[in-house]
Design a protein around this ligand. Structure first.
Ligand code: NAD
Length: 463
């Protein structure tokens, strides 16, 4: 634990520029570079999570009505596994990576040496308000950086808790939390950072990138979009429905990689709808609105946005609202107009449109006519169709025969493509995001072929 004063906006004694200067000074002392410092910080973070598991879970419950099990699997347990994986591999990741040297440069050795970027800014979203700030923070620490964390103001309980705990457990000469919304983020973005890691919507993503351009600061943008799910009717429909229900209605659909809509051939639509109905009942019961395992919408404004999507549409399943609890029941809409807001905007809530197509080829075309998604799901037993989808479509990540599960593998870098984002993290890719791989060539003195030195001659040119 550090005895240094906290650098939080809540008790902001210093303007942000002074805060960032102080962190930059710390970085320039070299204290964050050694493996020992990085390990000590990761262990402190592990203690922070373990000691305060109940409090973190309480904040997630207050912000999003997250059940204990969901809070564990998608935030607390997820982060502990991430820290464990990072601690296990960190010394290996930090080693120089030897590469070959061409004959013309021999005798020499060549290697890529990872070095920290410096002082980085991490801006989080509200839907997984703990995980989305702490996971990039783990990567930033592992890579030996100083960092400022800016959790989302829309999840105020988790934001306040992160600020309090980081101050208590971490080295506050190298790490700070700034709480706040647009105003504070705008101020932070005006400063010169060594990297900005942003998770959130496309609109603000553009603002972040514009601000970063002023200082030529590299950015990672973890954005969203409409992630499609293609269901081939020959797949196991019950298992397909079970896994779609899990991935879609976890956190009440407020997951950046949740299936946004399902494409299915007309022939199999009815059996998929019935399987989804049965699975919803099995997972959330007859009254999902009063089920404590079913989450809330983050705030009344987002609830109204979601209810608004349904105003001119008929729901085949769900549609009920509990305003006081900020809950919207799991809702299925079949074939909404493609120009409706539901099909034009990222839903980011518990409404699933099911779009029927005549052929699976049409489903592939449908995906390709839209922006490249963050994630794509394909349920099929048909290897040739699987290959076709992989070869002919683009997405940040693809999961075949399940939803979301690719997130559990730290060896799979996570990030978008096109409008769903740029850059990746998780596992070693997170370490790489917050590192610069310095290219180094070390030459020997013992052999010095004079051919490259002046004076030049025709003979030298021929050689
Ligand atoms: P958002 O873009 O509204 O807010 C994200 C962050 O930006 C917050 O910390 C907020 O304080 C800040 N911010 C908001 N307005 C700002 C402004 N005008 N100027 C500067 N900063 C500003 O996003 P959100 O509503 O919190 O999150 C929803 C979006 O995030 C969805 O599109 C979702 O798909 C995406 N998302 C992506 C991932 C991912 O890992 N790729 C994860 C979660 C959410």
């Amino acid at each position: 634990m550090s005895s240094q004063p906290a650098m939080q906006a809540a008790d902001a004694v210093k303007p942000f520029s002074e805060l960032v200067s102080a962190l930059k000074n710390s970085f320039s002392t070299g204290k964050t570079r050694p493996l020992d410092w990085r390990r000590a910080q990761l262990l402190a973070l592990k203690r922070l999570v373990e000691d305060n598991q109940q409090e973190i879970q309480g904040a997630l419950q207050a912000d999003l009505g997250k059940s204990e099990s969901e809070a564990w699997s998608t935030e607390i347990g997820y982060i502990l596994a991430d820290i464990k994986h990072t601690l296990k591999h960190l010394s290996g990741w930090m080693k120089p990576r030897k590469v070959s040297t061409p004959l013309v440069a021999q005798p020499a050795t060549s290697f890529r040496l990872p070095e920290p970027l410096g002082t980085v800014l991490i801006i989080g979203a509200w839907n997984y308000p703990f995980q989305l700030v702490i996971a990039p923070f783990i990567a930033a620490l592992a890579a030996g950086n100083c960092a400022v964390l800016k959790p989302s103001e829309l999840s105020p309980h988790t934001s306040a808790l992160i600020a309090r705990l980081i101050h208590r457990y971490m080295d506050t000469s190298a790490v700070a939390v700034v709480e706040g919304g647009k105003e504070q983020t705008t101020d932070l973005l005006s400063l010169a950072w060594d990297h900005i890691f942003y998770t959130g919507g496309e609109q603000v993503g553009r603002i972040v990138m514009r601000s970063a351009a002023e200082h030529l600061t590299p950015v990672t943008l973890e954005l969203g979009g409409k992630s499609p799910c293609i269901v081939d009717g020959n797949a196991d429909i019950r298992a397909t429905a079970r896994r779609i229900v899990w991935g879609k209605w976890l956190n009440a659909g407020q997951t950046c990689i949740a299936p946004d809509y399902v494409l299915v051939t007309r022939q199999y639509a009815d059996s998929l709808i019935e399987a989804l109905r049965a699975e919803l009942k099995a997972q959330y019961g007859e009254q999902p609105l009063s089920n404590s395992d079913y989450g809330s919408i983050v705030n009344p404004r987002h609830l109204q946005r979601l209810v608004g999507y349904l105003s001119d549409l008929d729901s085949v399943i769900g549609g009920e609202v509990d305003e006081a609890a900020r809950k919207l029941a799991p809702t299925l809409v079949v074939d909404p107009p493609l120009d409706s807001a539901l099909m034009q905007e990222e839903i980011f809530g518990p409404i699933l449109p099911l779009i029927t197509v005549d052929t699976l080829e049409q489903a592939v075309e449908f995906v390709n006519l839209r922006a490249k998604p963050l994630a794509m799901y394909l349920f099929t037993n048909n290897k040739a169709f699987e290959q076709k989808v992989l070869a002919q479509t683009s997405a940040g990540s693809v999961c075949i025969n399940d939803t979301l599960m690719f997130m559990t593998n730290p060896s799979l870098p996570f990030g978008g493509v096109g409008c769903s984002g740029m850059g990746q993290y998780h596992g070693e890719s997170g370490f790489a995001t917050f590192s610069h791989f310095k290219s180094v060539m070390k030459r020997s003195f013992w052999l010095d072929v004079p051919i490259r030195y002046a004076p030049f001659s025709k003979l030298k040119l021929k050689l």
